[in-house]
Design a protein around this ligand. Structure first.
Ligand code: OAD
Length: 249
C-alpha cells in the first residue's frame, strides 16, 4: 500500500518523480480537456452529468445536427454557456497559469471552449476546438465575439442576414489550421507533455500525445481515471485541481 500524499492523493514517490521530470524539462506542452474544468462545476462530455436532455455530444456537435435543427443545437450551447458564465477557473487552471508565466517555454493547448485558461492568466492559449464566446456566420463566414448570455435571439443572425453558428469545431470538421500547426510544432519540440483531464479518445487532439512521445518527450497524465494512453505515461491518478498545485507549485 502506498502512503497517500495529503495534498494531491498521489503516492509521494510518484509525485516526486513527476516533479523531477517537470524540473528537468526545457520545453513543456500541456494538453487539457474537459476534466480540468470539472472542479469549476462544468460537466465533462463523457462523465456523469455530461448528457443534455439525453443527447450525447456526438448527436449535437455536428454540421448535420445543426442543419437539421439549429435552434436545438444553440439551446445546448446556451446551456453550456450559462454554466460557464456562472463559474470560475479553479486551482488547476491557476496552477498551470502561474507556472506557465514562470517558465520560459511552456505551451498550453486546450480542447476546451470555456476560456478558463485565459481567464486564469495563461498566455497565448491554443484553442483547438474554438470558443463558446465566438460565432461564425454560415453564409458569409464572418466571425465575431458574443459574450452575452442569454442570447437575445436563437439562433443568432449575422448582419448579412445569415444564420450564425458557434465558432466551435464539430465532429467531422477540420481543426483551425493555425491552431493545429502551432500545437503540432509544440508537440514535436517539447521535452515533456502534460496530459490533463482528457479522455484522449477524440482525434486529432489526442494524437499530439503519441507525436510528442515518439519525438522523444516524456509524458505525465493527470486524471482520476485511466485512458487509452495511460500506459505510455507517468500517471498521477487524481483531480487536476489538487494534483496540479502539488506538481507545479
Ligand atoms: P471527456 O469528457 O471525454 O473526458 C474528460 C476526462 O476528464 C475523463 O478522462 C475524466 O476521467 C477526466 N476528469 C474528470 N474529472 C477530472 C478532474 N477533476 N481532474 C482531471 N481530470 C478529470 O472530455 P475531453 O477529453 O475534453 O469536443 O473531450 C474531448 C472533446 O470531445 C471535447 O473537446 C469535445 C468533446 O466532444 C468538442 O466539443 C468539439
Amino acid at each position: 500500500m502506498h502512503r497517500l500524499d495529503r495534498d494531491a492523493g498521489v503516492p509521494p514517490e510518484i509525485l516526486r518523480e513527476a516533479r523531477a521530470k517537470v524540473a528537468s524539462a526545457d520545453r513543456i506542452l500541456a494538453l487539457t480537456g474537459a476534466g480540468i474544468s470539472a472542479e469549476s462545476g462544468i460537466p465533462t462530455f463523457r462523465g456523469a452529468g455530461g448528457l443534455w436532455r439525453d443527447y450525447r455530444p456526438e448527436d449535437l456537435a455536428t454540421p448535420a445536427a445543426f442543419a437539421r435543427d439549429p435552434r436545438l443545437v444553440w439551446e445546448w450551447y446556451e446551456w453550456r454557456r450559462g454554466l460557464v458564465a456562472a463559474a470560475r477557473p479553479n486551482p488547476g487552471h491557476r496552477a498551470l497559469a502561474e507556472f506557465s508565466l514562470r517558465h520560459p517555454a511552456f505551451t498550453t493547448v486546450t480542447q476546451n471552449v470555456d476560456g478558463f485558461h485565459t481567464l486564469a492568466g495563461s498566455p497565448d492559449v491554443i484553442e483547438l476546438h474554438g470558443s463558446l464566446w465566438r460565432t461564425r456566420c454560415t453564409r458569409c463566414g464572418a466571425e465575431r465575439e458574443e459574450r452575452r448570455h442569454p442570447l437575445p435571439e436563437l439562433p443568432p443572425l449575422c448582419a448579412c442576414g445569415g444564420l450564425e453558428r458557434p465558432a466551435i469545431v464539430w465532429f467531422g470538421e477540420t481543426l483551425p489550421p493555425a491552431a493545429w500547426d502551432a500545437a503540432e510544432t509544440a508537440a514535436l519540440s517539447c521535452d515533456l507533455i502534460l496530459v490533463i483531464g482528457t479522455s484522449s479518445v477524440v482525434w486529432p487532439a489526442a494524437s499530439l500525445v503519441p507525436l510528442a512521445l515518439e519525438a522523444g518527450a516524456a509524458g505525465i497524465e493527470v486524471n482520476p481515471d485511466g485512458t487509452p494512453l495511460s500506459e505510455s505515461l507517468l500517471v498521477l491518478r487524481g483531480r487536476a485541481g489538487e494534483v496540479l498545485p502539488a506538481l507545479l507549485g
